[in-house]
Design a protein around this ligand. Sequence first.
Ligand SMILES: *Cc1c(COP(=O)(O)O)cnc(C)c1O
Length: 395
Amino acid sequence: MKKIIYLDNAATTRTAPEVVDAMLPYFTENYGNPSSVYELAGASKEAVAQSRETIANILGATSKEIYFTGSGTEADNWALVATYEAYKEKGNHIITTKMEHHAVLHACEYLEKMRGAKVTYLDVDENGIVKLDELEKAITPDTILISIMYANNEIGTIQPIREIGMIAREHGILFHTDAVQAFGQLPIQVDADNIDMLSSSAHKINGPKGIGFLYIRKGVKIRSFIHGGAQERKRRAGTENVAGIVGYGCAARRAADSMEARTKKERELRDHMIRRIMKEIPYARLNGDPVKRLPNNVNVSLQFIEGESLLIMLDMEGICASSGSACTSGSLDPSHVLLAIGLPHEIAHGSLRFTLGEDTTKEDLDYVVDKLKGIVEHLRSMSPLYEDFIKKGKK
Ligand SMILES: *Cc1c(COP(=O)(O)O)cnc(C)c1O
């Protein structure tokens, strides 16, 4: 089989073998419904409680503040929609940014179109960082919620979360953060970081797909989002995804235990890759903040080329990466995140994201940069834009 170099860990990760091992008994032996009363069900109930405890401990929260969901997307939707419903008597204004994940942006658009919400989408600076003075200025007496992501999934920029949380707190406004890319990568503490609600998802940290959680600080009024049984303290109905929750607990524990050493290694590898690309490929640009950046994120624009063509050619070499276009939706619109940091369309189109994983090696990255150099040269040699540019340059 062809060797695959997987550098799309912001899209999803490989489920770690020990996570799979931890999950298996909850399909085969301990298959009881946690809500049932007999002994068989006790094992499932206990396992769910343990995972909840593990995750709460990592965040400095209590178990009662962790609510399992079916995904990070669901957690984001829940935080926005249900908070809006619970607090709309107080006001109808929400503040977020232009570079959030679609799970937040589209939930906001829904609230605007269908529920009468007013939403401010803050600009960010050229590295993708929220401007705190603009955040303060956007606050009105009607503001009930600020939702700003902990770290961006495309360009890796890490926000000044503690300061944002402080501003929210000083104004008596709730603060939600989408921490799907940050949980397990950065040492998050909900109290010190002034966070009221936080979304996360297991499959981004070597856990299984289809399981997430929403942290909701004690005292925050939040309505249930999925209606039915009494699961998740009557806030999120539906029989628990027991195996998924067990896998999440295991993945979260692993990520927390290995965080320091793993992210140190990833930062070194990340910077090695960035240095090589910037040095060896002309007309390359690093997107996102060079320092306030997720340990595993490399996002570059390579002028005069289409990101989609790059992806296809990388794929032929067994390299999995992602581009700056919303190709998943079938359109070729450039990424809203790259536009938010001010890139012109044509540069945003030539963007690539590589996201390292826990198994990524320096050899992998050197192989990728070597291949990338050749591919870029080849594509530019066929690019009319590049030809024009060179001709003009020579005049
Ligand atoms: C992946 C991701 C999500 C969505 O999580 P799912 O569990 O895949 O629904 C939300 N926000 C960010 C920042 C993400 O990276």
